[in-house]
Design a protein around this ligand. Structure first.
Ligand SMILES: Cc1cc2nc3c(=O)[nH]c(=O)nc-3n(C[C@H](O)[C@H](O)[C@H](O)COP(=O)(O)O)c2cc1C
Ligand SMILES: [Mn+2]
Length: 513
């Protein structure tokens, strides 16, 4: 079973030699970030398990870090906890991501019960599904200590990641009413709800601190937090928001997952946890939060009040521009007796977020296959920073099937942000970047085999002509067959005969090589 709270996870990482404590005093402004950035580029701590097919596996990640002495706060800061394949696997409590992919596949398998006996057989499975729903309990350690009138964001060890963060004018819009500190909450689950259904959404969005009780919430227009916000705004009502640090590590991961809008991350975390997440009611807002969390910030968003948020050194490797985002008015901060404050930084890859993305790549493959069954596998290369590049391997059975896959991906949830999709045939190793780019070089006629379409883009894509919209390219690097435009005789790929390969294998020692 996965860890039930952040500190158990931290303790186990330490026992496994995956975590280092830093006793020296460090500044939350830039210093922690610079250390974490450097560590994330070191070889991964511990023994590297071989089965992962990613060339990045083991090369980066260093250790998880626990800063015990952070200037200006008595709360320690944990960073890079999920920042390697090994730690990401531990956070999810599995031996490999494929184990979870298999469980997801079982869940979506379209074998509807037809007979009464079949229905009865399915009952235990349905009962287990019901067991994944969150459960409300009376007391939670996240409320050991409650600050209301004396609550201050400035008491938390909130970090500044990059030098121009929160300084409009540096790659952003000119300053106006910004008094932002440049300090950002970076690794928390932002709890909002749908005012129609009450369903709680948990999304990981950065939050800039402006003052003791004022912050700005950077949820992208395409994400569920923004969707819930629009509903409150259209009702003319203020919106309750809770910012949650820690809790079950599977929930931190779930907050980054591309789930459909009406599927709560709490339910998905319950599935990953193999048991519902325990929740407690907040003290000052109508919202429920994980009982096992370290720290919770409660507050209200006034739909008419925005702040100039950003710029922020982002996972693209560039600063994302300043823009107006909703203001959060803090009403309470609750926490455990001795809490730990989790943070992350994003920047030039690889960083911690790379491994969160890789877990999602594996775990969500079965769901993508329900939508697009000819997909055998896919790979999001590190240099693509999630949205810039996707390699897809398909079983091609009819002309222009790669185009169909490209169009489907441009319409599939958060895959719609993909800026470049390269499709290859089933015998290609889609995780081998050389192999994929070799096919692209060899098999593509740029006029015949590419498609450029306009559509929604990632908000952080600074090359897109407008914020959030632009062009994406699909590249068909598969072998061409009749019906796919003008093709001459398509040559066979080189392959030695099996008989000779077998002979050379048998005689290898004889050659003295
Ligand atoms: C470290 C990290 C930081 C992120 N920061 C943001 C952010 O500031 N704003 C945002 O909209 N999405 C951000 N994301 C992406 C969302 O968490 C992700 O797309 C999630 O699926 C959104 O969930 P939702 O659709 O329920 O809102 C971040 C992801 C990670 C891993
Ligand atoms: Mn969601």
């Amino acid at each position: 079973m996965p860890y039930q709270d952040l500190q158990t996870f931290i303790g186990d990482l330490e026992a496994r030699g995956q975590l280092k404590r830093i006793a020296a005093e460090v500044d939350p402004v830039l210093e922690i970030s610079a250390i974490a950035d450097r560590v994330s580029k070191l070889p991964a701590a511990g023994d590297v398990e071989p089965p992962v097919t990613d060339p990045v596996h083991g090369r980066y990640g260093g250790h998880a870090l626990l800063f015990e002495n952070v200037k200006g706060s008595n709360i320690p800061v944990a960073i890079n906890l999920f920042g390697s394949y090994e730690r990401m696997r531990l956070a999810l409590g599995v031996a490999s991501f494929d184990e979870l992919a298999e469980r997801v596949q079982q869940l979506v398998k379209p074998d509807m019960p037809t007979t009464l006996i079949d229905k009865i057989k399915k009952l235990p499975q349905l009962a287990r599904l019901a067991g994944f729903a969150p459960k409300v309990v009376k007391r939670g350690r996240c409320q050991d200590i409650v600050h209301t009138d004396d609550a201050s964001l400035l008491d938390l060890p909130i970090i500044q990641c990059w030098p121009h963060d929160g300084r409009p004018g540096c790659g952003g819009k000119p300053p106006d009413d910004t008094t932002g500190t440049g300090r950002y909450i970076t690794f928390a689950g932002i709890h909002t709800n749908d005012p129609d259904s009450g369903t709680i959404n948990v999304g990981m969005y950065r939050v800039q601190v402006f003052d003791k009780r004022l912050a700005a919430l950077h949820w992208h227009v395409h994400h569920d937090g923004a969707r819930n916000f629009r509903k409150y705004k259209s009702r003319g009502e203020k919106m309750p928001v809770a910012i949650v640090f820690g809790a079950e590590p599977v929930l931190t991961y779930a907050a980054t997952c591309p789930l459909p809008p009406d599927v709560s991350e709490l339910l998905f975390a319950g599935f990953l946890n193999d048991g519902g997440i325990e929740l407690v009611p907040c003290k000052t807002i109508p919202m429920e939060v994980p009982a096992n969390a370290e720290i919770v910030i409660e507050g209200w968003v006034d739909p008419e009040h925005t702040l100039v948020e950003g710029p922020f050194g982002d996972h693209t490797g560039f600063y994302s521009s300043a823009d107006r985002y909703p203001a959060l008015h803090v009403t309470a901060i609750t926490h455990r007796e001795n809490p730990v404050f989790p943070a992350t930084i994003v920047g030039f890859p690889p960083q911690e977020d790379y491994y969160l993305g890789k877990a999602t790549e594996r775990i969500f493959l079965p769901l993508l296959q329900v939508l697009i069954p000819e997909i055998i596998d896919y790979h999001l290369p590190m240099f693509g920073a999630f949205h810039n590049c996707v390699f897809v391997k398909i079983r091609k059975e009819y002309p222009l099937q790669a185009r169909k896959v490209i169009s489907s991906l441009f319409g599939a949830g958060q895959m719609m942000f993909s800026k470049m999709i390269i499709v290859v045939d089933e015998h290609v190793n889609v995780h081998d970047e050389q192999d994929v780019l070799f096919r692209m070089g060899a098999n593509v006629d740029w006029r015949r085999d590419t498609v450029i379409v306009e559509g929604p883009c990632d908000i952080l894509d600074h090359a897109a002509p407008y914020c959030g919209t632009g062009a994406k390219i699909g590249i068909d690097a598969t072998r061409k067959i009749p019906g796919e435009g003008v093709i001459r005789d398509w040559p066979e790929e080189l392959k030695m005969s099996d008989e000779i390969i077998e002979r050379v294998e048998r005689r290898w020692a004889e050659y003295g090589l």
